[in-house]
Design a protein around this ligand. Structure first.
Ligand code: CP
Ligand code: NVA
Length: 321
């Protein structure tokens, strides 16, 4: 019998362009017909060490729409919080669950969990990356533009955070262009840029970092932003708000961009800090469609990861009439 190698979803670049496009295609089919009995009897575990609205709720609703169930586990509920090792926890939970989402601080914890688990492990956000957000963002752009290749995303604000770093690899992988508009201390790490450049079919031309947000957005297809103070950075709040004050996505910045530009934000947003309330609610904004798409894309991800390959459940999807 052939052993099946389990697949995890820890970083966007662990999957190739073809696999991501397949995921987007499946997301579209599940969005068109949301209730599908593809994961009956499957259970998703969810360990969250940080707060969440979208990730938690969309995974819980998503697995239930697919016929499965979920168990939400905060660190305090688990013996992990009292010193049981990650390795033992991963090995034991693998005996009960079919997949596990982890949201935590240190990226290496997710990697270690995945190393010891025999079930697919999904990164629900770490200090370094947020790949579930990335598939949602790619799907949302594709839905509007029917293409990804060649499009230019301008990421304004904290270009060194988890969402920005994931964008670096996501854009490279999908043949998009990425411009980070931020003060130099908030540009992505050069080591990450070097690795992303290797992935991009455009080479070094796919990426630029600049302090001039207005020039960067002149040919933007998408303007993207995220909070200036991510979870775990609360002590740096005062400094960050001061450093990034000139990088708000507001009406003046959007005016400098092409008329059809799309404005995105992974949420939660701090209206009046990284984005003005007016821009969030204006026609350019696709932010709430983007939030909805977390549900559809994570359902696709769960089907891809938990499917019993011998039964090929994707072929059992009922299409809309
Ligand atoms: N965008 C996102 O991951 O939101 P939550 O923190 O609410 O899950
Ligand atoms: N950069 C933000 C993203 C929240 C979804 C954070 O880590 O808090």
């Amino acid at each position: 019998m052939l052993m099946q190698v389990k697949k995890d979803f820890i970083d966007i670049q662990d999957w190739n362009e073809k696999e991501i496009l397949e995921l987007l295609e499946l997301s579209g089919r599940l969005k068109a017909r949301p209730i599908q009995p593809l994961l009956i009897g499957k259970t998703l575990g969810m360990i969250f060490k940080k707060s969440s609205t979208r990730t938690r709720v969309s995974f819980e609703v998503g697995i239930s729409q697919l016929g499965g169930s979920s168990i939400f586990l905060s660190e305090d509920d688990l013996q992990l919080g009292r010193g049981e090792s990650l390795e033992d926890t991963a090995r034991v939970l693998s005996r009960y669950l079919d997949s596990l989402v982890i949201r935590t601080y240190e990226h290496r914890e997710v990697e270690e969990f995945a190393r010891h688990a025999t079930i697919p492990v999904i990164n629900g956000l770490t200090d370094e990356t947020h790949p579930c957000q990335m598939i949602c963002d790619l799907f949302t752009i594709f839905e509007r533009r029917q293409q990804l290749k060649g499009l230019k995303v301008v990421y304004v604000g904290d270009g060194a955070n988890n969402v920005a770093q994931t964008w670096l690899f996501g854009a490279a992988l999908m043949g998009m262009k990425l411009s980070v508009a931020a003060p130099p201390a908030y540009w992505p790490k050069s080591e990450a840029v070097r690795s992303a450049v290797k992935l991009s079919c455009e080479g070094p031309r796919f990426f630029e970092a600049t302090q001039d947000a207005v020039s960067a957005v002149r040919d933007a297809d998408v303007i993207y932003t995220d909070v200036w103070v991510s979870m775990g950075q609360e002590k740096e709040k005062e400094k960050r708000l001061k450093d990034l004050a000139g990088y708000q996505v507001n009406e003046a910045l959007v005016k400098a961009a092409p008329r059809e530009v799309l404005v995105m934000h992974c949420l939660p947003a701090h209206r009046g800090e990284e984005i003005s309330a007016g821009v969030m609610d204006a026609d350019h904004s696709i932010i709430f469609d983007q939030a909805e798409n977390r549900l559809h894309t994570q359902k696709a991800l769960m089907v891809k990861l938990m499917e019993n390959r011998s039964q090929n459940p994707e072929s059992r999807i009922q299409e809309s009439e």
